[in-house]
Write a protein that binds this ligand. Structure first.
Ligand SMILES: NCc1[nH]cc(CCC(=O)O)c1CC(=O)O
Length: 307
């Protein structure tokens, strides 16, 4: 029996590339699957001010999730990084799979080919991520993080127009846009601890849509799902929101054992809380690392920043 799958996605070039990848993967599983891509402009795409002023959570996922619930699409392709960490998924929906994780690291894009250490004092580094700004301040206090909004292509256009000296962007995002030639430095994961869920795509469908759910579940990479659960469990226990300078990165340490590195910072990089633990149970590991960070005062740091 052939299945029809309408994929709901943001309409940015990066999101459309992600949806195309899922479409190709579904067709490779079963050539009879009929895939259609349904793009949505989300509130996060429309609003060019600070995301914190949007109020509602899930600025990049809300409209696509609503379409899934209403039945105007059957599958949402989301960056895990864009899925709010402090609330449940919409009722009646479930993440049926995580694709194999891409590069988790952040990259510098500087038109003159320089790396961060070579940039002149006061260079304007475009990023709106509190996690990137805090770690930039921690390691390169001479440089100036400046807020920037818009999708990756828009940001690169602003860089090329001279509004910024350099940008920090995700390697995986630039890969999806075939723009890795713009990268001038890739930051290691201990210097710039990655975002929770970085480089990972989540496939979300309706809980009761068994045909789509069963099909999509075949695309799951269990290792990625396991690591994602550890990182997301930490974020849930911290009750963190996307305006908090929180980083979290899980890797497999040995057969059946994960290692999770969590970092919570003040925006100016002057306070850095760290915890690193290992364990076999991803959920328990995330909770435990979060508790270690909370014991060091993570709550005050997270709450001191406006939601
Ligand atoms: N905040 C937007 C966003 N959400 C996910 C990615 C990159 C891809 C990923 O990590 O899955 C990006 C762009 C960026 O951070 O440069």
């Amino acid at each position: 029996m052939s299945v029809k799958v309408r994929i709901g996605t943001r309409s940015s070039p990066m999101a459309l590339a992600q949806a195309d990848r899922v479409s190709a993967a579904l067709t490779a599983l079963d050539p009879d699957v009929a895939v259609e891509i349904v793009p949505f402009t989300t509130s996060g795409d429309k609003w060019m001010g600070p995301l914190s002023q949007l109020g509602g959570k899930g600025a990049f996922t809300k409209e696509v999730d609503a379409a899934l619930v209403e039945g105007t699409c059957d599958l949402c392709v989301h960056c895990v990084k864009d899925i709010p960490g402090d609330r449940d998924l919409p009722e009646g929906t479930v993440i049926a799979a995580h694709l194999e994780r891409d590069d988790v690291r952040d990259a510098l894009v500087h038109p003159g080919g320089l790396s961060l250490s070579d940039l002149p004092d006061g260079s304007r580094i475009g990023t709106s991520s509190p996690r990137r700004a805090a770690q930039l301040a921690l390691h390169w206090p001479r440089l100036s993080p400046l807020p920037i909004r818009g999708n990756a292509n828009t940001r690169l256009a602003k860089l090329d127009a001279g509004d910024f000296d350099a940008l920090l962007l995700a390697v995986s995002g630039l890969e999806r846009l075939a723009l890795t030639d713009r990268i001038t430095e890739i930051l290691d994961v201990d210097t710039m601890v990655p975002a929770i869920g970085s480089g990972t795509l989540a496939l979300q469908c309706r809980t009761d849509d068994t045909p789509v759910r069963d099909l999509v579940a075949r695309l799951d990479d269990p290792m990625t799902s396991w690591r994602t659960e550890a990182e997301r469990s930490m974020l849930r226990a911290l009750n963190g929101h996307c305006h908090s300078p929180i980083a979290g990165y899980a890797i497999q340490e040995s057969e059946g054992v994960l290692s999770l590195h969590g970092r919570v910072m003040s925006l100016d990089g002057s306070t850095v809380l760290e915890a690193r633990e290992s364990g076999a149970d991803a959920t328990a590991l995330g909770t435990s690392v979060a508790e270690a960070l909370l014991r060091q005062g993570a709550r005050e740091l997270i709450d001191s920043l406006a939601e």
